[in-house]
Design a protein around this ligand. Sequence first.
Ligand SMILES: [Cu+2]
Length: 485
Amino acid sequence: MKTLKTSTLKTIALFAISTMLVSCFKSKETKYEDSSQIPVNLEMTAELTAPPHVPTPVGKRKAKKLIVKMEIKEQEGEITEGVRYVYWTFGGSVPGSFIRTRVGDEVEFHLQNHPDNKLPHNIDLHAVTGPGGGAESSFVAPGHEKVFSFKTLNPGLYVYHCATAPVGMHIANGMYGLILVEPEGGLPPVDKEYYIMQGDFYTKGKNGERGFQPFDMQKAVDEKADYVVFNGSVSALTGDNAISANVGETVRLFVGNGGPNLVSSFHVIGEIFDKVYVEGGDLVNENVQTTLIPAGGAAIVEFKVDVPGTFILVDHSIFRAFNKGALGMLRVQGEENEKIYSGEQYEGIYLPEGPGIQEMPTTGEIVESKVPAKNIDEQLEFGKRIYMQTCFACHQAEGQGIPNAFPPLAKSDYLNADVDRAISAVINGLTGEITVNGKKYNSVMTRQMLSSEEVADVLTYVYNSWGNNKTVVTKEMVDKVKGKK
Ligand SMILES: [Cu+2]
């Protein structure tokens, strides 16, 4: 319509040129459209931390070759007071060690499986672009180490987990954690950062039933969790274990959900999230009350704490919080601010209530695996329990084994031919080439850490299942083989 004045045109032209120059300059200096092109020169060993702590922020550091050394440990712990559980862990904690990287890093991952462990494991990192997220290259037997490498292409907060069959069981036992890939230049600095991860647990006994509790596969399949917790146990983030901040500080929580089954409705009672990096990606939502964290997913939440008090972290599927353990505490110290909040403050208003069925007397007995079996029926029952806990992962539910990896125990000619040899396999381990039902196996079965009583029970169960020859193995027979050794 109207013609523009030449002076205006000049200004526009100048502006356009200078913008082009600036963006040109920028792209040469720091911006890589394609993260795979980011160069690395120096090398460093990654700092790994146990929850609720996180490693030092990457800040302005350049992309590097980052060496991650992680050791898998199977270890007993307490899921709540008096309830013992064998956790399988990445680095000795649930969730596993926090890994902090930046986009463009070349990660050289060393996965070590502690020699005392019973099972092979591997790792699938959601931050990896490649087959199985690394799982295919990292399958590692007890006493061995695997090394693989990958380049971090996409910034974000990612879950990692074990992906060894039966996958659900490995995850249910605590094999998950978080890996953060910070963008170029790092995330904006904040005052406090913490690492929290939700997980659901399935035990033979009900919530609160004391003693040693084996994993319950049926409940896991039915998604009937006995415990839903943050950081692996009911009290990991309460009482003396609460996380803390001071009035006026900004808190950043790296929150993940290992599952295996349940989705988390993550909420902090008495706070509003100023920022949520939705699903751990680039999208930032503001002023959020509750954020959804899928199983196998994560989110970064940030909020400034304005008033002192105890703030309760929950899965807002609320029975999980007060009755199954998904409850943590953030203690904030500092000056009151009556403009924001006034009123009496009680410490510990919110406390875990424990199992909701507590009012009704529990009829179940304490599960104790060390009580000797009184008769063959009990032997079979105890034996099955040990089998499902110890042998099942390799030899499978029906003793069918896994082709080329784990020999079958069902109708096994090797097993049925020689009971002393089978006892020896369990108490001493077994390596070297063997032939089972016409197929050759050449692998390693590690020594199983079981009492003579337990070895007798588990083998009696195996011999009396899946078409085997119904041998009854006694403690005396096991002791005799032990003596011979
Ligand atoms: Cu595993």
